[in-house]
Ligand binder design. Structure first.
Ligand code: ADP
Ligand code: MG
Length: 315
């Protein structure tokens, strides 16, 4: 495995489902098939990759199914729904990547690892749940859910009521050893899907799932360190990070050092919950010894890895 460059690729939502699609299995296989072509392209270019991915729309659908079926079947808690989504997205990725690998004449195994992400019970995020998840409810349903389940349910920008959960920081990947061993043995490892299933450790060191979600960009930085990646490649639906994004004076950035990235972050150039956590994770990765982080679109990922597209964040 010498001579190959190690890379952790974080796939955004559009790698699995595009805007306005309904979320049929066919649509998701189709998109993941396109993603798989790009991933095998990176392997052709000399990268040894591991993958992580988001799960927002998928876990949202699972929660809605649980809600609709609750009179017949017991609804599953959020951690179990997260595990379900990791399983089916991992399956689709494994199968599609395998097709592209075989077409390209590679004999490389791909393996999904169901991942739990350790978080701190004392994380301040637990005091103010802020991440909306799952279906919309009426005001009456909302107060019933607050009472019966103890959920935090808030008015989501006037569109209806929605459950919000905490989004704590990832501390470690529970399955880190298995992930590193498989990666070191040449596997394409898919892990930490949707940021991983958040778990806390009790006094005896035993793990318990919690009702929270972890930002997949934050967990990607942890994953990248676990495998000792040189590059963190964050793929989304824009080609470059921009200053004054969406304004007439928008300015796309092709590279920035950690210092300027931090300055742009505090100047409010990156929207919280979308671009901010990506830049934050890129900075964290580089500061903890990673060579570089790149933020770009799936379509441009191979060019970006060669330095001809995207936004590079370096020391
Ligand atoms: P993903 O599923 O890839 O995490 P997100 O929607 O969370 O996707 O983040 C990508 C989005 O971030 C872009 O589609 C863009 O609308 C938004 N965004 C916010 N601020 C910026 C910025 N400064 N530069 C580029 N994109 C930005
Ligand atoms: Mg996102």
């Amino acid at each position: 495995m010498t001579g190959l460059k190690s890379m952790l690729v974080a796939l955004g939502g559009n790698a699995i489902l595009r805007h306005k699609e309904r979320g049929t299995a066919e649509e998701q296989f189709q998109n993941i098939g396109e993603t798989a072509k790009q991933m095998v392209g990176l392997i052709k270019d000399g990268y040894r990759i591991a993958l992580t991915h988001g799960n927002g729309p998928q876990v949202g659908d699972i929660l809605l199914k649980n809600e609709i079926a609750k009179a017949t079947l017991p609804p599953m808690p959020l951690d179990v729904c997260g595990a379900e989504s990791q399983g089916f997205i991992g399956y689709m990725l494994q199968q599609c990547i395998d097709v592209e690998l075989k077409l390209a004449g590679f004999d490389i195994p791909t393996q999904t690892i169901l991942t739990q992400t350790l978080v701190d019970k004392g994380d301040p995020a637990f005091e103010k749940p802020a991440k909306p998840i799952g279906p919309f409810y009426t005001a009456m349903e909302a107060s019933k859910l607050r009472e019966e389940k103890g959920w935090t349910v808030v008015n989501d920008s006037g569109r209806g009521y929605r459950r919000v959960v905490p989004s704590p920081r990832p501390i470690a990947m529970v399955e880190a050893r298995a992930i590193k061993d498989l990666y070191d043995h040449g596997f394409i490892v898919i892990a930490s899907g949707g940021g991983g299933i958040p778990v806390v450790s009790d006094k005896k060191g035993l793990l318990h799932g919690v009702e929270a979600v972890i930002d997949k960009d934050h967990s990607a930085a942890v994953f990248a360190k676990v495998i000792g990646a040189e590059t963190l490649l964050i793929l989304t639906d824009v080609e470059r990070v921009a200053l004054d994004y969406g304004r007439p004076n928008q300015q796309d950035i092709s590279e920035m050092d950690v210092e300027s990235a931090k300055r742009y972050m505090s100047d409010g150039h990156f929207a919280p919950g979308s671009m901010y956590p990506k830049v934050e994770s890129a900075v964290q990765f580089v500061e903890s010894g990673g060579k570089e982080a790149i933020i770009t679109s799936i379509e441009r990922c191979r060019d970006a890895a060669k330095g001809g597209a995207g936004t590079v964040i370096h020391g």
